[in-house]
Design a protein around this ligand. Structure first.
Ligand code: DQQ
Length: 553
């Protein structure tokens, strides 16, 4: 699609050359079916057709962001996986290039699976990825740019020394994958993490190297637990108020959850010790957010995380749509002030897509009432930033569950069961008669004398007339001292046709949902603010924006 054709668009072309490239490579033909076209995102990372899953090897190099992605060039299903490659100057508009890595040798004949990029101090780049061999054995391989003077690093050459890491004796050779970005310790050795399992025991293994090509396994596992296979380990430092913590993230295959541990890492012993009370890990996002991968962005000195938001519709629907898989908007992560959790927020670049602001202040909503956010031109593609103010806190029900039961609570009560304070929130991708709607809701419970438990839910039970889609509600809890916060609770909801990303309490919680409206699509979708709780609430501030499109495809 040429730039000038894009209605409401501010497509950020990277220049005629790149645009030409985009039109001749991956993902340019339009998806075939009408319904698939209506559900396509407008500002999320998504090729024009076919399947994508994990983000791989994100990095910033000489003025461009590079993102690789597990991609099937032949159809909208997981098969024939190669490393799709795209470049961007702003993390929003992308130009897809030729795949960077594809099966070509005995060490990756059955698949070029997930991995990471490491930019070495001298500017060289190493991609390390999992190759699947004919009988399913998984090994780790390297690829490097063919020509560093090409600003887009279009061609990648596999190392003649591949495979550089093979499963050693006693290691499960068919579950041994997803090398992390490498880091270098004070002793000058490079370190990389790999995930494997031994029956129900998951293991994150550490490998060390002097030269990035000869690797040896550490004697002890770096991390272990009992969740079955884990994937896509990610490890990085973050600092807050002068102190450094390390973050270990793993993707738990069975529950499809990305879980992280905050702790202390000592590179002289290579021991990572999770903080007290952090043994079970925490979630960066409580919804459909998997196989995440982060990178340090030196241009803005921030840690940015990408993740895969898997389809929740039927395989047959994907075939009809011609595409499957979207990546979440990249998010910045940082350590909370108290050092006990990560905070997460959309990268600041997203704000530049905001157009046509609708502003509301101090609007009271009685119990059972709702109002439409009028004035948006395209609520199916919007950013809703709302601050609610609650009072009557004596009406809040006591919280009598375990924190881990938050998702069950969202499943059982959704956004419709009346509570003392809440649920209230926004309905998005809603039809005029409200029969089709996705709710992002807030319910307030009393935790103790001062503190409240705030339950955030994405209630998708009415998100589609189709019964072929998974309408599982997701949610999580935030503990707040509401008196100290002046009774205010914030909620930002990003809506993009088939994806809803909600952020509560200024980034203390995030929940991503995939939805498949049938009537609330395109310019028929609406957005509302509702209050189903017994107590009156106030919308102290609402800023809603139409969002510009960014696709180059
Ligand atoms: N996807 C890749 C694997 C990884 C999994 C294959 C996670 O490398 O473990 O496409 O979604």
């Amino acid at each position: 699609m040429p730039c000038e054709e894009a209605s409401m668009a501010r497509i950020r072309c990277l220049g005629i050359l790149l645009l030409t490239l985009a039109c001749s490579t991956l993902g340019v033909a339009a998806a075939d079916s009408e319904s698939g076209e209506k559900l396509r995102t407008s500002f999320h990372f998504q090729p024009a057709r076919n399947w994508i899953n994990d983000p791989n090897g994100p990095m910033y190099y000489r003025g461009f962001y590079h993102l690789f992605v597990q991609y099937n060039p032949t159809g909208p299903h997981w098969r024939n996986i190669v490393w799709g490659h795209a470049v961007s100057s702003d993390l929003l508009s992308w130009v897809f290039l030729e795949p960077a890595i594809a099966p070509s040798a005995p060490y990756d004949a059955k698949g070029t699976w997930s991995g990471s990029a490491t930019v070495l101090p001298d500017g060289r780049i190493n991609l390390m990825y999992t190759g699947v061999q004919v009988h399913g054995r998984q090994v780790q391989n390297l690829a490097v740019p063919r020509n560093y003077s090409d600003p887009f690093l279009r061609e990648w050459v596999k190392s003649q020394l591949n495979p550089v890491i093979v499963p050693g004796a006693g290691v499960n050779s068919t579950e041994f994958r997803d090398p992390s970005t490498a880091w270098r310790g004070a002793d000058g050795l490079w370190r990389v993490l790999l995930a494997t399992k031994d029956h129900r025991r998951h293991l994150v293994l550490l490998y060390r190297s002097t030269d990035f090509t000869h690797w040896s396994a550490a004697r002890r596992p770096f991390h272990e637990g009992h969740t079955g296979m884990v994937e896509c380990a990610d490890f990085f430092p973050l600092s807050s108020a002068g102190s450094v913590k390390h973050v270990l993230k793993i993707s738990v295959l069975e529950s499809r959850r990305d879980v992280y541990f905050l702790g202390a890492y000592d590179d002289s012993t290579d021991k990572f010790l999770p903080d007290d009370g952090n043994d079970d890990g925490l979630q960066l996002d409580f919804g459909i957010f998997y196989a995440s991968k982060s990178f340090f962005d030196p241009s803005r000195r921030r840690r940015v995380v990408w993740a895969w938001a898997k389809e929740q519709d039927a395989t047959a629907d994907d075939e009809q749509k011609g595409w499957a898989g979207v990546l979440a908007i990249p998010r910045e992560v940082w350590l909370a002030h108290d050092g006990r959790q990560l905070m997460t927020w959309l990268v600041a670049e997203v704000d530049s897509l905001r157009t046509n602001r609708v502003h509301i202040a101090d609007m009271t909503i009685q119990s059972g009432d709702y109002f439409e956010i009028a004035g948006l031109q395209l609520p199916a593609q919007a950013d809703l930033d709302v601050e609610f103010q609650v009072s009557n806190l004596e009406r809040a029900e006591p919280f009598q569950w375990r924190a881990a039961e938050a998702a069950d609570l969202c499943a059982a009560r959704g956004a419709d069961v009346q509570g003392g304070v809440g649920p209230f929130g926004v309905w998005v991708l809603a039809s005029r008669d409200l029969r089709e709607r996705t709710a992002v809701s807030i319910s307030v419970f009393k935790a103790d004398e001062r503190k409240h438990m705030i339950l955030f839910c994405n209630d998708v039970s009415n998100s589609s007339y189709s019964d072929q889609v998974d309408k599982h509600n997701y949610g999580g809890l935030v503990q707040l001292d509401l008196a100290k916060a002046g009774g205010r609770i914030s909620l930002r909801t990003l809506v993009d046709n088939c994806i809803v990303e909600a952020f509560g309490s200024h980034g203390k919680i995030a929940i991503l949902s995939r939805v498949y409206p049938t009537s609330a699509v395109g310019n028929k979708a609406r957005a509302f603010v509702f209050n189903k709780g017994k107590s009156t609430i106030v919308v102290s501030r609402l800023d809603a924006y139409d969002m510009a499109s960014v696709k180059i495809s």
